[in-house]
Design a protein around this ligand. Structure first.
Ligand SMILES: [Zn+2]
Length: 392
């Protein structure tokens, strides 16, 4: 049951940059959507190709979008509480997009059943780790899926074998869209930001060629980075013109190896939602990631604290509902208790100063860090301005 809601008004709803210029537009093949009742869907057979509009057509389209904006049907983003893993469902009009399916615990499929989703238009597997693809066989067995998008990278686990078996024995079309590809489903556009090449012959870490998509509806965008880590974030910053998204699905369960400050500045999210299991053994989400998100001004939600989370937009405003109301713990680095590794996140605190700091405990205030050799007034000001350090 949904008991907590909040409304967020965005700072800006006008997109200044033109965004990706698609190399090609993927036509989403449509099947009879309601096979059991003999009713064919409104878009049956329609392979949509987006024309490249001339200047005045673009102007007209912009004007129309402006007039029609309040009438846009809503896009809802469901971050499903799958325990330790990732599964995000996006619904708009009659379209359903599922990005990852969580681990093999039946939770994603049960959620789809609970809200009455029987058909998935596009299922996207970001990478082959079990906490992202483990739930797909269950979905394929119980739901019809039009297309599955994957990066092509092979993996050695039994979970991956079951994932392949499930795709093969389903009617789903298999696709490996690449950077620059765009698919349109009604008024929703899926932009593929990564990878830029097939991962079929890649045997490096699974997170390197992790699929990253940006889903755009009206003036709103949702960024789904999967388990993208810092090096991939840097690569995206260098190569993708528009990473902006009001809603960020926080990468890699809130791990400190992702969600770098530079990346966050480019995305500039108003709402940030991570997925992590309660009391998971990895310590996800890491406090410093929550701190980075809060510093950028995002409202932060997580499945470990809030259960299922539904964010809905009319293309302009977002509205968030959750199973449970929970305040996120204040995420600062307590200089009296944090371990030395954690202390090095504080500006001007390297390993040597972290050791000195630990030896000088306790501190009554952050200002008292001036006792550490090499930390004078200027550096204390930086530390306070950074806002990481605290005394609880
Ligand atoms: Zn993961």
């Amino acid at each position: 049951m949904l008991i907590y809601t909040s409304d967020i008004q965005f700072r800006s709803v006008v997109r200044q940059t033109p965004g990706l210029r698609p190399d090609r537009v993927l036509g989403i093949r449509r099947r009879n959507r309601y096979p059991n009742c003999g009713h064919s869907g409104t878009a049956a057979g329609g392979t949509r190709r987006r024309p490249r509009p001339g200047r005045h057509v673009a102007l007209l389209a912009a004007l129309f979008a402006l007039l029609a904006a309040p009438l846009f049907a809503e896009l809802s983003v469901h971050v499903i509480d799958v325990d330790q893993g990732d599964a995000t469902l996006l619904l708009h009009d009659e379209y359903a997009i599922l990005v990852d399916a969580g681990p093999d615990n039946g939770r994603a499929r049960a959620y789809l059943a609970a809200i009455g989703v029987a058909h998935i238009d596009v299922a996207i597997a970001t990478h082959a780790h079990a906490d992202h693809i483990g739930g797909f066989p269950d979905i394929f067995e119980h739901k019809s899926v039009d297309e599955l998008w994957y990066n092509g990278q092979a993996h050695t686990t039994a979970t991956f074998d079951r994932f392949l078996d499930a795709i093969e024995s389903s009617d789903a079309a298999y696709e490996e869209p690449l950077r620059g590809d765009v698919a349109e489903l009604g008024r929703v556009r899926i932009e593929v930001l990564h990878p830029d090449r097939s991962a079929a012959d890649y045997d490096g870490p699974l997170h390197d060629l992790n699929k990253v998509v940006r889903i755009v509806h009206g003036d709103s965008a949702v960024l789904l980075p999967g388990d993208a880590e810092a090096p991939l974030e840097r690569e995206l910053l260098e190569n993708i013109e528009d990473l902006s998204a009001q809603l960020l699905r926080v990468a890699h369960h809130g791990s400190r190896t992702s969600t770098t400050t530079g990346f966050l500045e480019a995305v500039s999210p108003e709402v940030a939602i991570y997925s992590a299991g309660r009391d998971n053994p990895y310590g996800h989400p890491h406090d410093e990631v929550i701190a980075r998100l809060e510093r950028i001004g995002a409202a932060v939600y997580g499945t470990d604290r809030h259960g299922n989370i539904i964010a809905t937009t009319d293309g302009i405003r977002w509205h968030v509902e959750t199973d449970q109301y929970a305040e996120l713990a204040a995420a600062c680095i307590d200089i009296n208790t944090a371990d030395p590794q954690r202390l090095t996140e504080i500006v001007h605190i390297g390993e040597a100063r972290a050791r000195a700091l630990v030896a000088m405990r306790p501190f009554d205030s952050v200002e008292e860090l001036v006792r550490i050799p090499g930390i004078a007034d200027v550096r204390i000001r930086d530390i306070i301005e950074q806002g990481f350090a605290c005394v609880e």
